[in-house]
Design a protein around this ligand. Structure first.
Ligand code: NAI
Length: 710
C-alpha cells in the first residue's frame, strides 16, 4: 500500500495537515483524498484548537493535477466539497503559504480562514494559460477577497502577484519572516486563544464600492472581443456572478463555465502545449549520466540581425560575450544596433539604464578570431552561404580551445558538412535561433551525425538558462520549422501566381476564426527579409535539392533579383508606409508575368478556405514526413517549434494538433482532393504514409513519435 501524501500531525494543541507530494505538491487524486481523510481526523479530535495547512518542500500547492483533466469523468466535486467543509470548520484554519500558491493551491488557501505567507511567496490563478478557468471556487472567493478588478486581471492574464501586493489586496492576511509552519502554528494558537471571529471568504460580499462604473458590462464585452479564448468569457461571466449573486449561485455559475471550457478545443490545444513543452527536452537515447560541459564565456561570429540578437540573449542572461565581425564597419553597425535595441527598451521603461550598461559591458566586440580562444561555446551567425560557413568552421575548429562547443545558426544548411569542416565534428551542433533572437523563445537544436551526447545535453540545459525552449531536430534542409515553412511558402507563392493577392493569402491564415497566425507567409517573409528567404532557395538549388519544377518558388527569387527585400527596403510582397503594409502593384505585375511564363492559369475564384487548406495541408503533410524521417522525435515537438518560433496560435496547439482537431481522415481526404485539383506531378500532394496510417488507426499526430522513439 502506498503512503498518503497527506498526514495529520500534532504540534501542541494545533493540528497540522501536512502535504508532501513532490515536486510541487500538486493536487493529485491521492492528495485530495488525503486531505479529506486528514480533515475527518481533525474533526474527530476535539483536543485540537486549530488547524494549519502546510506543505513540504519548495512550495505550497502549486496547482491542480493537469493530467486528471483528461480523465473522461473528471469532476472537481470531491475537492470542492472538501473546501466547503474546510472553510465551514468552527475552529480556526490557517494556511502556511510559501513558494508559489497557484491554481488549486490558491483556491485551497482561500478556503482557509487566515493566510500567513513568507515574503517571497507569490500567488496566482493561471488556469487561463491552459484554456481553463479556476474550477474550485477561485472565481468566487478571489473577487470577494481582492475585489473584482484585481481578481479579473489575475485570472484573465494568469499572472502571479507577489506577497506584498497580495497582502495589500486582502488575498493574504499576514507576511512573516518566520519559517512558514512556525508562523502559522503561532497564528493559529493566537486566533484560537483570543476567540477570534472566523472569516470565511464565501460569507463575504463583493463591496459595491469595489465595482467601478460600467465594470461588469466592460468585462463581458472585453472577453467577447477575444472569442478564440473562450476561457476569458467564462472567467468574465464567473466574476460577474461573484459580484451579483450569492455564493452558492456563483458556485453553480463557475461550475457551468468550467465544464463549458474543459472540453473546448482551445483547452485541449493549450494543455497539449503545456505537456509538449515539458517533453521537448527529453532526448531519446542519451545516457542519463552524460557529463555536461561547462559554459561560462560565449563567442559569436557575425554581428548582423541574428548575431546581435544572440549576443543580447546571452548578455541578458549574464554571460560574457565575445562578438567577432569581418570588418570594423560591420562591427560598429552591429554594436550600434544592439545599443539602439537596449535604448529602446530603456525608453519604454522596461530596463533600467544601469542594467543596460551592465549588459552592454558584457559584450566585447572584436575583429580578431584569436579572441575566441577563451570561449566555451562559439556560435557562428554569418551569411547563409555554405562556402563561407565552411571557411569559418575551419577557422573555429583551429582557434577554439579543446572541449569548446562550436554551433552554427544556419537556418537551412547541412550541419554535418559544416561540422566536418571544423575537423572536430563531435563538438559541433546547430543552434538555430529565431528572429528577433532576444525575443523569440524557440531554439532548434540540430543534432549532427557526430554530435557528442555531452554537447547536445549541455546545449539543451543551456537553453533553459537563456530563457529558451529547445527542440531537437535532425539534419535536413530547413530542419523542422523551415522545412515545413518551405512547403507552406511553396503553396503561398503558387496561390499568388494563380491570382490571389498577398493580403488575401495572409488574411486567410491570420483570421482568428480560421486560424489566427500572428503573421501570414507574405508578411512574415517581408519581415524576415526576402533576401534571406531567397538565398535559402538558391542554396537549396545549388545542392540539387529543388524539385524538378521550373515554377518552384520563382517569385521569391524574382523579388530578390529586383531588390525587393521586404520591410528593410520598403517593399517586398507589400510596399510599406512605415510598418504598414500596402498593396504593391509591382508584385501583381510580376505574378502575372511569371504565371504566363510558367503556363499557370490565373483565376479569380480563390477562396480563403482554399488558401487555408493549401497552406496548412502542405505544412502538416511535411510535418508528418519529418516525423517519419526521424528528423523530429515527436509530433508534440513540432507543435512547440511552430508555437514558440513562428507565431502559430497557442489556442490551436500547433499544426499537428490543428490537424488532429480537423480529423486526420478529413486532412487525408483534403490532400487527396488537392492532388486531383492542383495536380501532383512533383509529389507535392502525395499523402505522407504516417498520416495515412494514423488516419486509419485513429491515432493522433500530436502524440505520434519518430520510428524507434517511445
Ligand atoms: P546578416 O546579413 O544580418 O548578418 C550576417 C553578418 O555576418 C554580417 O554582419 C556580416 O558582416 C557577418 N560576416 C560575414 N562574414 C563574416 C566573417 N567572415 N566573419 C565574421 N562575420 C562575418 O544575416 P542574419 O540574418 O543575421 O543571418 C545570419 C545567419 O543566421 C544565417 O545563416 C541565416 O540563415 C541565419 N538565420 C537568420 C534568420 C533571420 O530571420 N534573419 C533566422 C534564423 C537564422
Amino acid at each position: 500500500m502506498s503512503l498518503s501524501p497527506v498526514t495529520l500531525r500534532r504540534d501542541g494543541t494545533v493540528a497540522v495537515l501536512h502535504i508532501d507530494n513532490p515536486p510541487v505538491n500538486a493536487l493529485s487524486p491521492a492528495t485530495v483524498q488525503g486531505l479529506i481523510d486528514g480533515l475527518k481526523a481533525f474533526e474527530a479530535d476535539a483536543s485540537f484548537t486549530a488547524l494549519v495547512l502546510h506543505c513540504e518542500g519548495r512550495t505550497f500547492v502549486a496547482g491542480g493535477d493537469i493530467a486528471s483533466f483528461d480523465i473522461p469523468d473528471f469532476s472537481a466535486t470531491p475537492f470542492n466539497s472538501f473546501l466547503a467543509r474546510l472553510e465551514g470548520q468552527a475552529r480556526p484554519v490557517v494556511a502556511a503559504v510559501h513558494g508559489t500558491a497557484l491554481g488549486g493551491g490558491l483556491e485551497l488557501a482561500m478556503a482557509c480562514h487566515w493566510r500567513v505567507a513568507t515574503p517571497s511567496t507569490r500567488v496566482g490563478l493561471p488556469e487561463v494559460k491552459l484554456g481553463l478557468i479556476p474550477g474550485s471556487l477561485g472565481t468566487q472567493r478571489l473577487p470577494r477577497l481582492a475585489g473584482p478588478v484585481l481578481a479579473l486581471d489575475m485570472m484573465s492574464s494568469g499572472r502571479m502577484v507577489d506577497a506584498k501586493t497580495a497582502l495589500a489586496a486582502g488575498i493574504l492576511d499576514e507576511i512573516s519572516e518566520l519559517p512558514p509552519l512556525q508562523a502559522a502554528v503561532a497564528r493559529a494558537q493566537a486566533l484560537a486563544a483570543e476567540g477570534w471571529t472566523l472569516r470565511r471568504a464565501s460569507a463575504l460580499a463583493v463591496p459595491a464600492d469595489k465595482i467601478p462604473d460600467g465594470f461588469l458590462d466592460r468585462t463581458i464585452a472585453d472577453a467577447a472581443a477575444k472569442p478564440q479564448y473562450p476561457a476569458l468569457g467564462a472567467i468574465a461571466r464567473s466574476v460577474v456572478a461573484a459580484c451579483t449573486l450569492p455564493f452558492a449561485e456563483g458556485e453553480r455559475a463557475e461550475s457551468e463555465n468550467f465544464m463549458g471550457v474543459l472540453r473546448s478545443p482551445q483547452s485541449v490545444a493549450m494543455r497539449h502545449l503545456f505537456f509538449a513543452e515539458r517533453t521537448a527536452n527529453k532526448i531519446p537515447g542519451l545516457p542519463r549520466d552524460v557529463t555536461l560541459r561547462e559554459v561560462q564565456r560565449v563567442g559569436i561570429v557575425g554581428a548582423g540581425t541574428m548575431g546581435g540578437g544572440i549576443a543580447m540573449t546571452f548578455a541578458n542572461a549574464g554571460f560574457p560575450v565575445t562578438l567577432v565581425e569581418a570588418t570594423d564597419a560591420a562591427l560598429q553597425r552591429g554594436v550600434g544596433i544592439i545599443r539602439a535595441n537596449y535604448e529602446a527598451t530603456v525608453a519604454k521603461g522596461k530596463l533600467k539604464p544601469e542594467a543596460m550598461a551592465e549588459r552592454l559591458g558584457r559584450i566585447t566586440p572584436t575583429l580578431s578570431y584569436d579572441d575566441l580562444a577563451g570561449c566555451d561555446l562559439v556560435i557562428e551567425a554569418v551569411f547563409e552561404n555554405m562556402d563561407l560557413k565552411k571557411e569559418i568552421a575551419a577557422r573555429l575548429g583551429a582557434v577554439c580551445k579543446p572541449g569548446a562547443i562550436i554551433a552554427t545558426n544556419t537556418s537551412t544548411l547541412d550541419v554535418d558538412q559544416i561540422a566536418a569542416a571544423t575537423g572536430r565534428a563531435a563538438d559541433v551542433l546547430g543552434m538555430h535561433f529565431f528572429s528577433p533572437a532576444h525575443v523569440m523563445r524557440l531554439l532548434e537544436v540540430v543534432r549532427g551525425a557526430q554530435t557528442a551526447p555531452g554537447v547536445l545535453a549541455t546545449v539543451m540545459k543551456l537553453a533553459g538558462r537563456i530563457g529558451k525552449v529547445a527542440v531537437v531536430s535532425g539534419v535536413c534542409y530547413g530542419f523542422i520549422g523551415n522545412r515545413m515553412a518551405e512547403a507552406y511558402m511553396r503553396e503561398a507563392e503558387f496561390l499568388l501566381l494563380e491570382g490571389a493577392t498577398p493580403a488575401q493569402v495572409d488574411g486567410a491564415v491570420e483570421s482568428t476564426e480560421r486560424l489566427g497566425l500572428a503573421m501570414g507567409p507574405c508578411r512574415m517573409l517581408d519581415m524576415a527579409g526576402i533576401d534571406v528567404g531567397a538565398k535559402t532557395v538558391i542554396e537549396l538549388d545549388k545542392s540539387g535539392g529543388l524539385p524538378a519544377d521550373p515554377s518552384y518558388r520563382v517569385l521569391v527569387r524574382a523579388l530578390f533579383e529586383r531588390g525587393l527585400f521586404g520591410q528593410k527596403t520598403g517593399a517586398g510582397y507589400y510596399r510599406y508606409d512605415g510598418r504598414k503594409p500596402l498593396p504593391n502593384p509591382d508584385v501583381e505585375a510580376l505574378c502575372i508575368e511569371l504565371a504566363a511564363r510558367h503556363g499557370i492559369t490565373r483565376r479569380s475564384d480563390i477562396t480563403p478556405d482554399e488558401i487555408l487548406q493549401r497552406l496548412m495541408f502542405a505544412m502538416v503533410n511535411e510535418g508528418a514526413r519529418i516525423l517519419d524521417d526521424g528528423i523530429a522525435y515527436r509530433g508534440s515537438d513540432i507543435d512547440i517549434v511552430w508555437t514558440a518560433g513562428y507565431g502559430f496560435p497557442d489556442h490551436r496547439g500547433g499544426p499537428m494538433c490543428w490537424a488532429d482537431l480537423q480529423g486526420l481522415g478529413n486532412v487525408v481526404a483534403g490532400i487527396e482532393r488537392l492532388a486531383a485539383t492542383c495536380g501532383n506531378a512533383h509529389g507535392y500532394w502525395t499523402v505522407s504514409p504516417l498520416l495515412v496510417r494514423l488516419a486509419q488507426s485513429g491515432g493522433k499526430l500530436r502524440e505520434a513519435t519518430a520510428p524507434g522513439v517511445k
